[in-house]
Design a protein around this ligand. Structure first.
Ligand code: KIV
Length: 263
């Protein structure tokens, strides 16, 4: 099987098909995702919550993400591997370049950063230096304290316009992909139609080009699963079956359903 690159994902968007992303933090789960045909694996800073037991993603370090990126990247050959840049690891352009370099050396093919206009300069600096970037807008978990909780973003017209402008600006700065988390499905559809780069949704309806879920959520392991999660282990019968059921449901457009999105 040919390795997935950003060109593969752009072709999928152009052909109006959908692709899948799932988080993985170790070799065994990464191999299972690859065997299920999942195109992209995210070493998310969600590892702080699902592996380390923290209440948020904020305590995660670059060393943590680099370690898990090494575990994943040495196990798979086909999926595109995306590493999350943790909280405050991209506060300045200098820090961004240094920390992104560490994650790319660990085996990532792309780095993901949370934020809008304030990141344009760093995104430009990374992409000019050959580091593909995935933006992340909407309910960006590293800003949970600023939001005052896990609250759907972009519900009022000013916020929606800002998210749309930030998405456009990230693309113009050189981002190759965008994650949109917990925004109204109609806003996600507008952003996806406006951008030429692939948009991956989570809690953002099913009009995006792709979906991402945290591995432990789709395996039904979360004590309080968010509304946008479906337990694929229940229908897949095994970890491998769950990942295959997830990939199939995303590709055919049956996940996420209306009950997983927000107005
Ligand atoms: O950290 C993570 O796993 C993420 C996804 C939920 C998009 O950022």
């Amino acid at each position: 099987m040919k390795a997935v690159t950003i060109r593969t994902l752009q072709d999928i968007k152009r052909d109006k098909q959908r692709f899948c992303c799932v988080t993985a933090y170790d070799a065994s789960f990464a191999r299972a995702a690859e065997a299920a045909g999942i195109e992209t694996i995210l070493i998310g800073d969600s590892l702080g919550m699902v592996l380390q037991g923290h209440a948020s993603t904020l305590p995660v370090t670059v060393a943590d993400v680099a370690y898990h990126t090494r575990c994943v990247s040495r196990a798979v050959t086909r999926p595109l591997v995306i590493a999350d840049m943790p909280f405050m690891s991209y506060g300045s352009t200098t820090d961004t370049l240094q920390n992104a370099a560490e994650l790319m050396r660990a085996g990532a093919h792309m780095v993901k950063l949370e934020g809008g206009a304030w990141l344009f300069e760093s995104v430009k600096a990374l992409s000019e230096r050959g580091v593909p970037v995935c933006g992340h807008l909407g309910l960006t978990p590293q800003s949970v304290n600023s939001f005052g909780g896990w609250i759907v973003q972009g519900r009022n017209p000013e916020d929606a316009d800002r998210i749309l402008a930030d998405a456009q600006g990230l693309q113009e700065a050189g981002a190759s992909m965008l994650v949109l988390e917990c925004v109204p499905r109609e806003l996600a559809a507008r952003v996806t139609a406006r951008l030429s780069i692939p948009v991956i949704g989570i809690g953002a309806g099913n009009a995006t080009d792709a979906q991402v879920l945290v591995m432990h959520d789709l395996l039904g392991m979360s004590p309080r699963p968010p509304r946008f999660v479906r337990n694929f282990l229940a229908e897949g019968g095994s970890i491998q079956g769950a990942l295959e059921a997830y990939a199939k449901a995303v590709r055919e457009g049956s996940f996420p359903g209306p009950e997983h999105g927000f107005d």
